[in-house]
Design a protein around this ligand. Structure first.
Ligand code: NAD
Length: 354
């Protein structure tokens, strides 16, 4: 029996999570859910952003659906008590080393992109970013003074096992999609990138139906704007993925639409919208729940291995948008927006019976 730990969190988190959990119940009625505390909500009740009880249950379930954490009420707290610490702690404790961020341009929303329509037609890519290694964690790091000159430094380091496991996630992901991996690197300058590329090349023959190409990160930043539709699965080390995934997200133009997954070994995963807790609209039935509903689709595909159910959820979202329904963040001109609750209900109606 699969159980999913649901962590609504703060701000609009509980509102968007409610809609997403009802969608999950519709397409996978056998999956049980339980609810826990994280972020500011956890701080208010237990004085810590990641209570031991939440962590224990996250380990037991292995699969977590999260809303968002944070808000101005907790901004004044010291760094290690902030709500965001709860989320970082959870990713670390579950050893979620691969971050998956799809950036599809949904045809009905193509005009939300800041790029010209011909540049975004057919865009449907996913960034697979290494999340627990590279320059963000490498040692040595810090500051010192040499001969009276102050300096600061970080270390970009990857071990062979770290590169192998993230490369496999990328090839597996591409295998379920259009079977092409674009590996982003800077091997013309960085030794660590040349090493990374060698390991990726070494893993590639394990996936004979997937094509591998390499792209320098600077050139990737440009080609992504000119020809994003040519990419399928984009594999990046931590630093490059941080930047390239935000650039890809911007191409779609709608923050309220973007899901994400952070996955580890053994089916473990944390599924959450890319956006934050949006305190400016919290509690007003104004949030777009689709990013969280699409995070449920990722959960179904990656953690529960139910690609058919995932496809049903995506098709229902597409149908509701094609019918012209928009939350306030998506509405243009004289389009009349609907609320969080109604958007959820319309997606469930589009799903039909279970
Ligand atoms: P945000 O993503 O919460 O909001 C940015 C803007 O987008 C706001 O105007 C907001 O109203 C709008 N928006 C976001 N999601 C929306 C949705 N689903 N529907 C409609 N509009 C939406 O980013 P922020 O304002 O920089 O941060 C607010 C809080 O969220 C901060 O405390 C921040 O630390 C936290 N945060 C949390 C996460 C997370 O939980 N993963 C991620 C980013 C920010």
């Amino acid at each position: 029996m699969t159980r999913v730990l649901v962590l609504p969190g703060d701000g609009i988190g509980p509102e968007v999570i409610r809609e997403a959990v009802e969608v999950l119940a519709r397409v996978a009625p056998d999956v049980e859910t339980e609810t826990g505390l994280i972020g500011g909500a956890a701080l208010d009740e237990t004085d810590v952003p990641l209570p031991p009880d939440t962590l224990e249950r996250a380990h037991a379930c292995g699969v977590v659906l999260l809303g968002a954490v944070g808000g101005p009420r907790w901004d004044g707290l010291e760094q290690d008590r902030k709500p965001e610490r709860g989320l970082l702690g959870l990713r670390k404790e579950l050893e979620l080393y691969a971050n998956l961020r799809p950036a599809p341009v949904i045809p009905a929303l193509a005009d939300a992109s800041p790029l010209r329509p011909e540049c975004v037609e057919g865009v449907d890519l996913i960034v697979v970013r290494e999340l627990t290694g590279g320059i963000y964690y490498g040692e040595p790091r810090g500051r010192d003074e040499v001969g009276g000159v102050r300096r600061a430094f970080n270390t970009m380091v990857y071990t062979e096992p770290e590169v192998r496991r993230i490369a496999r996630v990328a090839f597996e992901t591409a295998g379920r999609r259009r079977k092409k991996v674009t590996n982003v690197h800077k091997a013309n300058v960085l030794d660590v990138s040349a090493f990374w590329n060698e390991i990726v090349e070494d893993v590639a023959p394990e996936f004979p139906d997937v094509t591998l190409e390499h792209q320098l990160v600077d050139s990737m930043a440009m080609v992504l704007l000119r020809d994003a539709a040519s990419f399928d699965t984009v594999l990046c080390p931590n630093l490059f993925g941080d930047i390239i995934s935000d650039e890809a997200a911007m191409i779609t133009g709608s923050l309220g639409m973007l899901p994400s997954a952070s996955v580890g070994d053994g089916g473990r995963g944390l599924f959450e919208p890319v956006h934050g807790s949006a305190p400016d609209i919290a509690g007003r039935d104004a949030a777009n729940p689709l990013a969280t509903i699409l995070s449920v689709a990722m959960l179904l595909e990656h953690a529960l291995e139910r690609p058919d159910a995932a496809a049903r959820v995506r098709a229902a979202v597409d149908a509701v948008l094609a019918d012209g329904w928009r939350t306030a963040d998506l509405a243009r001109g004289d389009e009349k927006p609907i609320g969080t609750r109604e958007m959820g209900e319309r997606v469930r109606a589009a799903l039909g019976g279970s």
